[in-house]
Design a protein. Structure first.
Length: 328
């Protein structure tokens, strides 16, 4: 059984950390030791690094990375991995430079594609994500949507798997998608062995939502800023749409329209987001119990708090605190 050929495509500005992930996780010695189907000494994956034009590329860390093989290796690739990058034309324009498009054309039609972080911009610009759900680093979600409206972007998840095309979120989510590949290709036992050897979680709970900072949308000098400021300081209270409309001296209908114009959200959406942000702050910086956090943030019951917090972050409050707590 011949090794599965993985060709990693590094572009100028490649994220240095991500560049090492494929070799680290797909060529780990745990796989070499635990793959009985392979001839002795042959790992299940053959990982090769290529670049456009076979040129060294400058990494995000400032050093150059040289390809290990010719770009022609793409012609025989079983899986192609596009690592994330900074300051590349496709990230700035949403369009592929001619030499990059020509390079991608070398890949056989039955190859599997994987992107890490902003590598999804390349897959989308090449047309591989049209009409499909995909993800990328949450910080680039706005540009991605503007460039590729034909793609169903989900910026909250760690990765999306369509079988032939996989996209993953920022940086460390590359680890998640690579372990997912091992799990699907070779089984959970080997994936767990690799994870233990690299001292990472075999499967992470939650998604990007737990990391995204979601400041409550506002506009400088917006007409309803005083109302939002008041609500933000009274999150523990019961706040109704009628009450805030009266405070703004507007009808509910006018207030609802004006609020959406200023924030892009309904008042209910804004209020829930503000309460979740406050809850995250309390979970990170205090040892208050879930019931107390729920009351201080206006969720009413701990059950309602848990449900809405999980919906907003992808994690239960206790799991969020264990991950992000800064309390002494």
């Amino acid at each position: 059984m011949k090794p599965h050929r993985v060709v990693v495509l590094a572009l100028d500005g490649v994220i240095a950390m991500e560049l090492g992930f494929p070799s680290r996780f797909l060529a780990h010695r745990s796989l070499l030791q635990g793959w009985p189907e392979a001839p002795e000494g042959h790992p299940p994956y053959d990982v090769r690094l290529v670049t456009v034009g076979n040129r060294p590329v400058r990494t995000s860390a400032g050093f150059d990375a040289a390809p290990t093989h010719s770009v022609e290796e793409l012609r025989t690739a079983d899986t192609v991995i596009v690592c994330g990058f900074n300051d590349h034309p496709v990230l700035l324009t949403g369009e592929l430079p001619a030499d990059l498009r020509t390079t991608l054309d070398l890949v056989p039609p039955d190859a599997r594609w994987v992107s890490i972080c902003t590598g999804a911009f390349v897959l989308a610009a090449y047309g591989l994500l049209d009409g499909r759900r995909a993800t990328t680093h949450w910080m680039h979600a706005a540009e991605f949507r503007a460039f590729f409206p034909q793609v169903d972007l989900d910026p909250d998840v760690l990765f999306v798997d369509h079988g032939d095309v996989l996209t993953s979120a920022g940086n460390a989510a590359g680890i998640d998608v690579l372990l997912h590949l091992v799990r699907n290709d070779l089984g959970p036992h080997l994936a767990n062995q690799v994870a233990r050897g690299c001292v990472v979680a075999p499967v992470r709970s939650g998604g990007q939502a737990q990391f995204i900072q979601r400041p409550v949308p506002d506009r400088l000098n917006g007409g309803l800023t005083p109302v939002r400021d008041w609500a933000a300081t009274h999150l523990a209270d019961e706040i109704t749409l009628d009450a805030v409309a009266r405070r703004a001296a507007m009808s509910v209908r006018t207030f609802t329209r004006r609020f959406r114009e200023e924030t892009g959200q309904t008042f209910g959406q804004w209020l829930t987001a503000a309460r979740i942000e406050r809850a995250k702050e309390l979970l990170e910086t205090t040892d208050l119990g879930v019931e107390s956090v729920a009351q201080r943030c206006g969720f009413g019951t701990s059950a309602a708090f848990r449900a809405q917090f999980r919906a907003g972050t992808g994690l239960a409050p206790a799991a969020y605190r264990s991950t992000f707590s800064r309390a002494a």
